[in-house]
Ligand binder design. Sequence first.
Ligand code: HGY
Ligand code: MN
Ligand code: MN
Length: 420
Amino acid sequence: MNSEEKGKKIMLTMNQERLLGRIRALGATGKDGEGRRTRLAASDEDRQGRDLVAGWMRDAGLEVVVDRIGNLFGIWKTPDNEAEAPLMLGSHIDTVIDAGQYDGCYGVLAGIEVIETLKEAGYTPARPIVIGAFTNEEGVRYAPDMMGSLVYAGGLSVEEALASVGTDGTILGEELKRIGYEGTVEPGFIRPAAFVELHIEQGPIMDAEKVSIGAVENLQGISWQRITIEGAANHAGTTPTAMRIDAGLAAAKVITFLRDRCDHSDGRTVATVGCMEFEPNAVNVIPSRAVFTVDVRNPDEEKLKEEEEALAVYLKQLEETDRVKISAERMVRFSPVLFDENIVRMVAHAAENRGLSWRRMTSGAGQDAQMMARICPTAMIFVPSVNGISHNPEEYTSDQDLAAGANVLLDVAIELSEAR
Ligand code: HGY
Ligand code: MN
Ligand code: MN
């Protein structure tokens, strides 16, 4: 395609069957012993997904590169454009436990589809296009989440990340080596001209409003803590209530405290206690210890700080009232992020040009884009999640919405790959 044809607003359409087929094929890999889709970072199941995606990248004629934290990249460059800073598209392909098939995977596979569609149309962009699949976005096995993109953006040293100890006691660096994805290239080896991440909303708003495209303009702040409450083990039958120092009861009080805060906050705070362990974890022993995680989020930094402070004060009170000892360890803390307004507008215009309904959105979920925004102009495109379900095998987005989102990504990629 020559330059004056490029000058016209071309509107290509990606190969929907190929994209949907790959989403389903990737969704079928990485089943755990209970048949659940669970591709935790650097696990054998993750390797199955990585091998499949790297194979599709190679089939598309991309140069496949793995960096030291295991981030996987497919690079399309030509002698005419290789001197220019690339456009990067991408997301992640690791999953939570018993996951859906679209979270992250959709953005990586749609990125590969953008390149294949451009190649098949004989279109050579003015800059290289790179597809990234970042390591450990979910943070379920190794904290923090968005780890691969955080390292890539310079927010965490690769040595520290490789040394992280998993919930199963493994070391990330050893696991990446074991699955054959311990790369040699330094993270950050490409400084993109821009980064765009296509992703499912994972929330209920777009489905409820019947909106096809989300032009994501910002992303909420995230605070993860691990709380340990020390009580006193005692006999479940012989210990009078007044004499109990019950770590389990105190943990339960924290959960209801958090929910009360959300019910009475600015309406935007969300809090989750997703993991909890009791010791000695016996039916007839009062828990001597409770260890659990607290995930609190709010799009406003000051509000998020307020929630963290309110929890700290409550834990102090609880030590008094319940005669327990409480310690809190910070696991993750990311401030809210604003995305690049120019790219947000490009997403909106691309949706309008295709006659698609759209609206501005805030990302409730953490995303690799929030890390890439530290090093280049970045924004996201959302498509609806039916009933807002995600991190659940019932996660679903219609083929029509998946195709619409990928075509909008294609249009934005064409515009950004020509932008000076
Ligand atoms: O936690 C998150 O929001 C993301 O799914 N890692
Ligand atoms: Mn995701
Ligand atoms: Mn996720």
